[in-house]
Design a protein around this ligand. Sequence first.
Ligand SMILES: [Cu+2]
Length: 169
Amino acid sequence: MRTFTNSLFALLFASLLIVGCGGESADTSAAAETADQSAEAANSGAIVIEATDMLQFSVTEFSVTEGEEVTIILKNVGQMAKEMGGHNLVILTEGDVQEFGVAAASASATGYIPADMEAWVLAHTELLGPGEEATLTFTAPAAGTYDFLCSFPGHFGTMRGVMTVEAAM
Ligand SMILES: [Cu+2]
């Protein structure tokens, strides 16, 4: 951890030097970006996703590493009653997100997770009402891309995204 922090400082210092020298190097933004991402990872860990009344997820793309323990915190920051417009987060391991979303609409009895499609689900939260939050933890599966959605009826059109799993070094 210390080594990591040191290298982060070195990176910040290096980018300050570049800025300080008035260099027009394109490396400046790349270095800053890398530092940002490292800082994010250092804060560790949890990926926080907010779900809104505007039917949006605040995060629609994120990356994890194969075999990593992933923690996602879903926060429903909306005010819509749960029965009218609750939100969940469902990460699919296979299958078509559109097909899942359509089938989920008539699966209210099972929390909008179609019973015959459970094999498609890598992980999911419960349906959240306004102000509620849920934590999802799972081990990142094999490298690849995985769709996620809110499976409340009518939400998946806009409430969806992609989790990228990168191969472990
Ligand atoms: Cu939703």
